[in-house]
Design a binder for this molecule. Structure first.
Ligand SMILES: [Zn+2]
Length: 287
C-alpha cells in the first residue's frame, strides 16, 4: 500500500532526464505513488514506458494538452533544448495513436486535455481559431475516455476574460459517462468557489498543487469542497511547495500538499491523508 499519491506529475519530461529513476525511487521509498501525465505524443508514450518499468506505484495518463494543439511557446523543462521548430508547429490529435496507448493496463486516465485561454488576447481574433481547435481536440479526448472507460485528467485555465471552466463544463455535460466514479478531475484547480461548485455539482473532482502552500486564494474552495472529492498533485517539475520554492518540484513533495489541505481544513492529518489516497484509488480504479 501507499500513503500518498501524486495524481498529476511530469517525471516523463526532459527536466528529469538526469535523475528520472532516482526521482521515482525517492517517491516510492517514501510511500508516494506517481501518475505521470502526457501532454503530446512523445511525453504520453514516455509516461507509459515509465509505468511499464515499475511493478507497482507508477501509472500513466495519455493525451494532448490544449496548448499543444496550436503554436505554443517552447517549454525547455518539458521538451528539452532540441526540436524547437517541430514542437512549435502544433499537434493534430491522432486517434489511433492515443487509443493504442489508452488501452494499456497501466494507463489510468485520458489527458491532460481541456481548454486553456491563458494566452488568448481578446483584441487578437486569432484566439477564435485556437478555441475551435482546442474544443475539437477536447471532444476527441472525451470520446476516447468514454470508449476505453477511463476518467479524464482535465487541464482548464481561464483567460481573455472568459471562464474556461464554464465552457469546458458545458462541453462535458453534453456527454454520458458511465463510470462508477467521477468522470474527470479538474487538475491544478485555480478558479473561484462559484466555478468549483458548478464542477462538483456536475460530478467532477478537483485536485490541488503546491500553490496552496503559499497562496491563500484557494482556501475557501479547499474548505468548502467535500473531502472525498479532492485529490493531490505536484504538477512536477513546476510550482514547488513551501519549503522547496525555487527548486525543481518532484512527486515526493506531494506530502506538503496533503499537510496544507489538512491545515486549511483544520482536520486531522492522518484522516485527511487516508481519505485522499482512498479518493485516488476509487477515481482511477487502481486496485
Ligand atoms: Zn500538467
Amino acid at each position: 500500500m501507499f500513503d500518498y499519491i501524486d495524481v498529476h506529475s511530469h517525471v516523463n519530461f526532459n527536466a528529469f532526464d538526469v535523475d528520472r529513476d532516482e526521482t521515482i525511487k525517492r517517491a516510492l521509498d517514501a510511500g508516494v505513488y506517481v501518475i505521470n501525465v502526457g501532454t503530446q505524443q512523445d511525453t504520453s508514450k514516455k509516461a507509459v514506458e515509465m509505468a511499464e518499468k515499475y511493478e507497482r506505484g507508477v501509472y500513466a495518463i495519455v493525451g494532448l494538452h490544449p496548448v499543444h494543439t496550436g503554436k505554443s511557446f517552447h517549454d525547455v523543462k518539458e521538451l528539452g533544448e532540441g526540436n524547437r521548430e517541430f514542437t512549435s508547429r502544433g499537434e493534430v490529435f491522432d486517434k489511433n495513436y492515443y487509443l493504442e496507448l489508452a488501452r494499456h493496463p497501466k494507463v489510468v486516465g485520458i489527458g491532460e486535455c481541456g481548454l486553456d485561454y491563458y494566452r488568448f488576447k481578446i483584441e487578437d481574433l486569432s484566439w477564435k481559431k485556437e478555441l475551435e481547435k482546442q474544443e475539437e481536440t477536447f471532444r476527441k479526448h472525451i470520446e476516447l475516455a468514454i470508449e476505453v472507460g477511463k476518467p479524464l485528467m482535465l487541464h482548464v485555465r481561464n483567460g481573455g476574460g472568459r471562464s474556461a471552466y464554464r465552457d469546458s463544463l458545458s462541453i462535458l455535460k453534453s456527454y454520458n459517462f458511465n463510470l462508477k466514479s467521477s468522470p474527470g478531475d479538474f487538475h491544478f484547480f485555480a478558479g473561484s468557489w462559484e466555478e468549483a461548485k458548478e464542477i462538483l455539482d456536475a460530478g467532477f473532482n478537483l485536485s490541488f498543487t503546491g500553490v496552496i502552500t503559499f497562496a491563500r486564494d484557494y482556501d475557501e474552495v479547499i474548505k468548502n469542497t467535500p473531502l472525498d472529492r479532492i485529490m493531490t498533485e505536484t504538477d512536477s517539475p513546476y510550482v514547488s511547495p513551501v519549503p522547496y520554492r525555487g527548486k525543481r518540484n518532484e512527486p515526493l513533495y506531494v506530502q506538503e500538499v496533503v499537510k496544507a489541505i489538512a491545515n486549511i481544513r483544520n482536520e486531522n492529518f492522518e484522516i485527511v491523508k487516508k481519505q485522499l489516497v482512498a479518493n485516488a484509488i476509487r477515481f482511477f480504479s487502481l486496485f
